[in-house]
Design a protein around this ligand. Sequence first.
Ligand code: GLU
Length: 392
Amino acid sequence: MGFPDRKDFFDRCRRLVIKVGSGVLTTERGLNRVMIHRLSDQVAELRLRDKDRKIIIVSSGAVASGVRKIGLKERPRNIPHKQASAAVGQGVLMEAWEQAFDKYDLLVAQVLLTSEDLAHRHRYLNARNALETLLDWGILPIINENDTVVVEEIKFGDNDQLSALMAGLIGADLVVNLTDTEGLYDCDPRVNASARLIPVLHKVDARIIECATPRPGAVGTGGMLSKINAARKCLASGIPMIIAPGRERDVLLRLMEGEELGTAFIPRGRMYQGKKIWLANLPKPSGDLVLDAGAVKALSRGGKSLLPIGVLAVRGNFGMGSPVRCVDEGGRVVGVGLSNYKAAEIERIKGRHTEEIAAILGLKPFDEVIHRNNFVLSEELMQGTGDGGSNA
Ligand code: GLU
């Protein structure tokens, strides 16, 4: 099967996110500056070919280059050691990107984010404003997780997720995830010689998840499973994503010319917009609402809002407007939405009729605990299609 669409995607692509994994950017001897120069040459060329094209780079490699620079024997396992390695390596990494783009007179900007920065809607919008300004000014943002301040509970996990979130944030038309494998295989090529590359996919289902291994390469953290999760997020936002071999010569230029490299995830059908992109891609909701069967059905089949009568239990201590997960009694995740009420308030109104809210709380700012416009179903995420919500 060919890719008549691929060249189209690139030709039409006004906003491109390029994620580069540690496995591409580092070797046993530390940061691979040759690779950084090769990639920057290609990025500069892409910008030259189309002056209106905006590009952001999500660059891993801080921890890996810090480890080499400090002289540690292996990648640290505990958080403070990772944080300290990233603090050393991030500077090395940025200096290398800056130097590589300098010959094109291209300014770069370091943007370090944590999942907490994107979990709050106003901080998410702040980050978006800063990025938009950089792009307006023709500056190339180079993004990484702020590894020095994150602990396990608030990590994005890896830069695959971060790149999908960034794509939603800046309204990208394409994500290219450069990694140290050829793409997604139907089984792990490291253990099975007959593994075959999957060239194109339109959705991420259980069969595809089975193809992926969570085992990352020697220096990265993600592994293929994490790339697939990122692809699922991109598909839900209607953004194509290509997993491609980052060390392949001229990989970006060849992709742009329509060459069939890697695995392309190409969305079909309706997709999320605006606030729903943010919700669908949220790194970590602030709490859970356990719903009865009626509410589950109303949300998943009826396209309805969540009313207090359908809430059985509240977990976590979240505030008004916080993103919360909705789960059924068996623990299956139904979706994610923004809560109109604080956890303590829902505790008091759960199982009650909407007309009773004012009497119980002394006021009734909303009829619903979660309005449909502020809710995304996890089933839709699984399919890689959204329900077209358009709240900015
Ligand atoms: N933020 C990490 C680093 O720069 C990498 C995370 C990942 O491998 O995806 O080292």
